[in-house]
Write a protein that binds this ligand. Structure first.
Ligand code: 2M8
Ligand code: MG
Ligand code: MG
Length: 263
């Protein structure tokens, strides 16, 4: 079994970004030897914080499918993709550099006379105020490699057309929008990891848990897709995939899905 999971509003409480409610279920997955693979809009630094806090050592997918971080030696066989090494990881990159994204955003903001703000424009203190992340977490969120989050201000139809023409797309998250390369994709990243696990494990059964539209591609890539409830009690309406709706908002639903997976 393999579990792919979103973080904000899924494993983490959407408001406090806390993992307290999920700890026990994570321990059960670890004891059962089931990999817990984060797949989120969060950065490497943010996800490393949660991996270290929770003692998770499995690969993880950052910035909405922009890159897959695989601990060195995690797979016995060598990885049949272009990779680069950073720290203790081999990285498969599907996205584009944050610098290229930010420079297109800057140019389009100017040309189209828009007034949106992105992380790059703001000190961590202000990001912290706007997101509810604590200051250290705001710094980890600002340290992006392959995407940029737009925090406030209006975006126009012409904005979306312009970024599309430059090879980018905007992904609506639980609270904000994040601009990534068109070729970055949570689903593609999940498929690559499934293929790597499948070389070493027979009869894999795959699961994914999310809470919003930005999880659709991940959910479409697994055998058993689940959606947890959002704070308003609704389940996200996904365009191209049907997922089983589980009762329980965020981590409350997450814990229920883990019980289903293990029983
Ligand atoms: C952004 O991600 C959330 C996730 O759905 C969003 O778009 O609403 C990203 O910048 C992420 O790195 C950050 O931790 C989060 C904070 O709410 O916002
Ligand atoms: Mg989410
Ligand atoms: Mg997310």
């Amino acid at each position: 079994k393999l579990v792919f999971t979103d973080l904000d509003g899924t494993l983490l409480d959407l408001k406090s970004y806390s993992f307290m409610q999920s700890i026990e279920a994570i321990e059960k997955l670890k004891s059962a030897g089931v990999p817990v693979i984060f797949c989120s809009s969060k950065t490497r630094n943010e996800q490393e914080f949660y991996r270290e806090s929770l003692g998770i050592r499995d690969p993880f997918i950052v910035e909405n499918g922009s890159a897959i971080y695989i601990p060195k030696g995690y797979f016995k066989q060598s990885i049949p993709y272009n990779t680069y090494v950073t720290g203790d990881y081999e990285v498969i990159c599907l996205g584009k550099s944050v610098d290229s994204i930010r420079s297109v955003l800057l140019a389009k903001r100017e040309q189209l006379g828009l007034n949106f703000m992105m992380y790059e424009d703001l000190p961590p203190e202000e990001i912290s105020m706007l997101t509810g992340l604590d200051l250290k977490s705001a710094r980890r969120a600002k340290a992006r490699d392959y995407s940029e989050t737009i925090l406030r201000g209006s975006l126009s139809e012409s904005f979306y057309t312009a970024i599309d023409a430059n090879g980018f797309r905007s992904i609506p998250g639980s609270k904000f929008e994040t601009v990534i390369s068109k070729y970055a994709n949570k689903g593609k990243a999940v498929e690559i990891l499934i293929e790597l696990y499948a070389r070493e494990n027979d009869d894999l059964e795959t699961f994914a848990i999310g809470d919003s539209q930005n999880d659709a591609e991940m959910l479409a890539a697994v055998d058993n897709p689940f959606l947890v409830q959002r704070p308003d009690g609704e389940w996200a309406e996904l365009a191209d995939v049907t997922a089983q709706g589980i009762s329980g908002v965020g981590p409350k639903g997450w814990v229920r899905v883990v019980d289903l997976i293990l029983n």
